[in-house]
Ligand binder design. Sequence first.
Ligand code: CAA
Length: 376
Amino acid sequence: MQVGIDAMAFSTSRYFLRLDTLAKNRNVDCAKYCIGIGQLKMSVFPPNEDIVTIAISAAQKVMARLVNKNEIDVLIFATESSFDLSKSAGIYVHHFLGLRPDCRVFDVKQACYSVTAALQLARSFVKDNPDSKVLVIGSDILKYSAGSSGEPTQGGAAIAIIVAKNPRLMIVEQHFSTYTTEIMDFWRPIEEGEALFDGKLSAQNYLQSLEITFLGYLKKSDLTPSDIDQVCFHAPFSKMAIKARNKTFADKSIDDTLIYNAIIGNSCSASLYVCLISLLDNSGDDLDGKRIGLFSYGSGSVAEFFSCTVVSGYRHMLSAEENRKMLEDRIEVSFEEYEQFCKNQADPGKKYANVGSIRMVRVENKQRIYERRIAG
Ligand code: CAA
């Protein structure tokens, strides 16, 4: 029995900041951001949007691919930007989607790696329970401190994946190689809203982890690099993925994988899968039956190289036009509005646009209150 990704969708903020605007205001040559780092825009989030609201938006899109929402037996929410150390963010999603009360819900965390962990867990679960479907969500909003070298690599998005038998999009293959090492390359202590990092160490460890897991994958699978048709990397910023490609698959273009990432920024746990959707949506090649190698990296650190094969007829399961429109229709913010968003300050005279049907209206007694948005 084949198990894998039956459907996949993503959502990001309705707002973005151009990186040349950021460069101008930080007195940096904009070529450093646009060419050196490879990023053109980044998603920025208004005060009424958070990891739950964007996750619900992505989940609603993917659930539209199912005949019956009651088919979901498990919901796994992967995030490194949770606002609660106890309650699972997945419970809000479960509530607003109206999933069955006996659906199992929990969060997982390991920096940007967590969706891959959740995907593999889901795959094993469906192998044991072939009639079950699992909803895997990855949702992150990444903030670095103002003026830091990480600032141009902020971003955020949510990905929603349905894992099922006889998938209509991609089969997750059995071979994988993981690598875990204790390293302080990127972390966010409980009291901090912004991530702390050692940029050079993180890039070094990312590439070393890629080398180890890629060799491990080839050894375990008995495959050679020429058996892999396409490759997709976790992209904290586009140049990092290009460096990864140069180390492993210098003969292959990864441009199609980076189209969305270059204008969204680092979406952490969702990043690899946003890159995967970008490839499927934008590749001019027919990917039917092609093997795609995937590299997932989460600082701290855990990495995994694994592969998927694309199912024949996969194009019917894509929403390329909808995705492009979502990104094209975003609203540009000025540098001043960006600074306000960073401080999570609402402009009392402004009604903010949301990507989905749920918005976060206030925090009351340290509880987040969400409500359904009235259309219009
Ligand atoms: N024109 C063109 N290119 C320029 C330029 C200019 N005027 N000025 C600089 N550049 C180039 C540099 O040559 C360099 O390119 P190479 O890496 O190819 O040499 C690139 O722009 C970046 O320049 P610096 O190295 O000087 O930049 P920096 O010190 O400001 O830091 C960074 C860049 C390390 C990516 C920083 O943004 C950062 O630390 N980001 C956060 C951490 C991160 O994302 N790490 C990635 C691995 S960890 C991970 O993957 C997990 C995760 O999601 C966080």
